[in-house]
Design a protein around this ligand. Sequence first.
Ligand code: TYM
Length: 336
Amino acid sequence: MQTILTGIRSNSVLTLGNYLGALLPMVRLANKNSSTSNINIFVPDLHSIISEIDGNLKENSVRTIKYYLAAGLELNENIHIYRQSYVPAHSELCWILDCVATMGETSRMIQYKEKSKGQEACNVGIFNYPILMAADILLYDAKFIPLGEDQFQHIELTRDIATRFNNKYGDIFTIPAKTSDQVKFMGQQDGIRIRDLVNPEKKMSKSTAAENSKIMLSDDPKKAAKKIMSATTDSVGKISFDMFNQPGISNLLQIEALINNRSFQDVIGEWSGETHYGDLKKKVANSVECLLSDFQAKLANISDEEVIKLLERGEKYANEVANNKLREVQKAFNLR
Ligand code: TYM
């Protein structure tokens, strides 16, 4: 059975960018494929500790899993939910892959450059981050990894490391699909990058200080709608999907399409050529408000106990699968 896998760090409450870029696509793919595929949803809590944690990490991890349920994840025996730190094989494979990956390729990672910029004492975890991510993926032979566009470089690195490993030690790892095929599998034409509402040149990020630039999943729905109404647009005066010249308007169009599970083409076709930016903003503000109201109502009804039970079952499964794969790798290195 093929495996579809994804993870979202639990440093804080998530943004609409996390939700539309990774969480919702995973839930939709899981609901469509879980009768024939393994669906692995995990919290990379070891990845979380590369930076500050807002709140309590253990509680945040449970809340992140609740988000998937509130977003409509339909559970069955092929859905596996776990925390990375409860499956020690991730860390051990990471070390082994450290000895396969090169400093050169890891240093080229954009996220490493961005996260380490200006830091006098950047921790080694920030550098090693994509190698642990490769271990997360390769332990489970995952082929498809629903992610936002900012993570594609890490998938390409995972493919390079796995290919180099297999060439030397035999076909131990499944090579994840290349990013263009990942995008197709998600039913998209391009990777998803939700933009900052104030400065749409940048991606929406939880670490941006300005409150109006981001929508958090915990935002009051009416306040979130106001943020959309005050989003930066442009002076072109005509709606079209053009991320280069009209990133603010294009961002609103993509948010509208993703929330309502409509194709970009469809939404662009509906709005293209219109001149009243306010009408588009009102429509998107309403979509965001309805999304958050519904999501938050569902979230309030999910108990910690329910999630802990899922995690315990998932962690038993994950340890079995990951230990089997790790053993194959250890044998290849004559460690066993
Ligand atoms: P994290 O927590 O930084 O991001 C979680 C997911 O949210 C997506 N994302 C966005 N998508 C669209 N627009 C945005 N503005 C936006 N902001 C964030 C990210 O692309 C990501 O998909 N490294 C992973 C966590 C991880 C992982 C893995 C994922 C660790 N190991 C193995 C998959 C498989 C990450 O970026 O987390």
